[in-house]
Design a protein around this ligand. Structure first.
Ligand SMILES: *Cc1c(COP(=O)(O)O)cnc(C)c1O
Length: 462
């Protein structure tokens, strides 16, 4: 399997190289040159299998010869062994035709663990075999950072630096990043917002001297291996509700567009998905794009669903690549306009293509809180604010197909918002109960490329 850049001007790579590289050298994102399709019988055969076996069948064709079958199976087994639910991604029912896919039973209580635990194991296997060491730098709106630190802490062949927007992540998120004691993890509190963190990260990748000098690797959701890991639960959820003999819809609380793009890949692989509904909070660039065709940045406003406080939604570039009929020049042109002019108008043809698959909606802060309260009343389910955005928007898109809303984090990760909505503070699961007592380790840094690069070079030299 070969991987190509959305902007058409970077070397083609195999799976392992694309994973270790992250961002393509032309600024684009890697995608498989062709998407393998599963037929009806192959999809039907997944129903009822353990999550790990579904994961192997769905991901295997994308991995090519980068990992042998037995090695890949062992990696998958290790990745999900630490999850606290045997189903890994259980479904619960919220209403007559509405289901919640609980993706928060991993070690850091958010869906990011599904991808990050897998890629930690994949990196370790690949780097040990190559005898190489890399520097992983990630930007986080909260959950990617904690998941990355949990997945890579203590690993021999990596240093991990996580940039998070200072004061804009929840206390649980921050403590998950600042309390691990392993010497190879570094939490950096940046004086800026998430888009600043993500922009500095892209700057580091585009500075080839620095990139090659520190052997920079990326584990943000632009990393193809992360998208791939997330494709699996679309298959597990849909087949347990009757796919491929029944069409299902999904609603996905969306920020950087990685999670919902995995659903798009599942659909292209042959999973019968009707609509993929983008659910945004008040930072609604993607909802505006689907509604009007104008992809225009406004400022980021802090919300009670901070992991979705994003305006530059990196993985949307991958959806544009397909919407523009796999024309890398068109993608590069629009991305240039986004950077220099703050936005672009999606062409009529591309907008029509997007609307064939994606619907969208937004939830205000009040609607999010009201949804948390109403769901607790109606079903007893306590939603995190991101999942509540999803449930609210899903309610506006219910049709004849079963609707599956992705629950992206555990409510205890966002206790203030949940307490404000319900009057009750959701407790942390017992294995995390000491989080508030552990010592924190964090370095404050300016939103400045040179300062960040100096700090990273200095730390890895030690
Ligand atoms: C990361 C995250 C999201 C957004 O996912 P994307 O893949 O960036 O669209 C939503 N909810 C939670 C809890 C998250 O951590």
């Amino acid at each position: 399997m070969r991987y190509i850049s959305t902007r058409g001007n970077a070397p083609e790579l195999n799976f392992e190289e694309a994973m270790l590289t992250g961002l393509a050298r032309d600024g684009g994102l890697y995608l498989p040159a062709g998407i393998p399709v599963m037929d009806t019988a192959e999809i039907a055969a997944l129903a009822g299998l353990p999550y790990e076996e579904i994961a192997f069948s769905v991901m295997r064709p994308f991995v090519g010869d980068s990992f042998g079958d037995d090695e890949f199976r062992a990696i998958i087994a290790r990745a999900y062994a630490g999850f606290r639910h045997t189903a890994r991604a259980p479904l619960v029912q919220l209403g007559p035709n509405h289901f919640l896919l609980e993706l928060f039973h991993g070690p850091t209580l958010a869906f990011k663990d599904f991808a990050m635990q897998l890629i930690g194991q994949l990196f370790q296997a690949a780097l040990a075999r190559r005898g190489e060491r890399v520097t992983i730098v990630g930007a986080t709106s909260g959950d990617t950072g904690s998941a990355a630190i949990e997945a890579f802490r203590g690993l021999e062949n990596v240093d991990v630096f996580i940039l998070f927007p200072r004061g804009r992540v929840s206390e649980v998120q921050r403590r998950q990043m600042t309390t691990p004691a392993a010497a190879n993890v570094h939490a950096l509190a940046v004086n800026g917002d998430f888009d600043d963190c993500q922009a500095r990260l892209k700057d580091m990748f585009n500075d080839f001297d620095f990139r090659d000098g520190v052997r920079l690797a990326g584990v943000n959701s632009i990393n193809w291996a992360r998208v791939l890991a997330q494709v699996v639960y679309y298959f597990s959820a849909a087949t347990s509700l009757g796919a491929p003999h029944r069409v299902v819809d999904f609603t996905v609380p969306t920020g950087n567009f990685g999670d919902i793009f995995a659903g798009y890949i599942a659909k292209r692989m042959g999973l019968p998905i009707g609509q993929l509904v983008i659910a945004t909070n008040q930072n609604d660039i993607l909802h505006r794009t689907i509604a009007t065709g104008e992809h225009t940045k406004h400022g980021v406003t802090a919300s009670i669903s901070p992991s979705m406080d994003i305006q530059v939604s990196s993985n949307f570039e991958r959806a544009l690549y397909y919407a523009y009929d796999q024309d890398p020049a068109a993608v590069a042109h629009e991305m240039q306009a986004l950077q220099t002019e703050g936005g672009f108008s999606v062409s009529q043809g591309a907008l029509q293509a997007l609307r064939e698959t994606f619907a969208s909606g937004r939830a205000s802060e009040d609607e999010t809180s009201a949804t948390i309260a109403a769901q607790r009343e109606a079903t007893g389910e306590i939603l995190c604010p991101h999942s509540a955005v999803g449930v609210k928007v899903a309610g506006e898109h219910m049709g004849r197909n079963p609707m599956i809303t992705l629950a992206t984090a555990h409510p205890a990760k966002f206790p203030d918002a949940v307490e404000a909505a319900t009057g009750t503070r959701p407790p942390l699961p017992p294995h995390m109960a000491s989080l508030y007592e552990r010592a924190e380790r964090v370095t404050e840094v300016e939103n400045d490329l040179g300062a960040l690069q100096d700090l990273i070079r200095d730390r890895i030299a030690k």
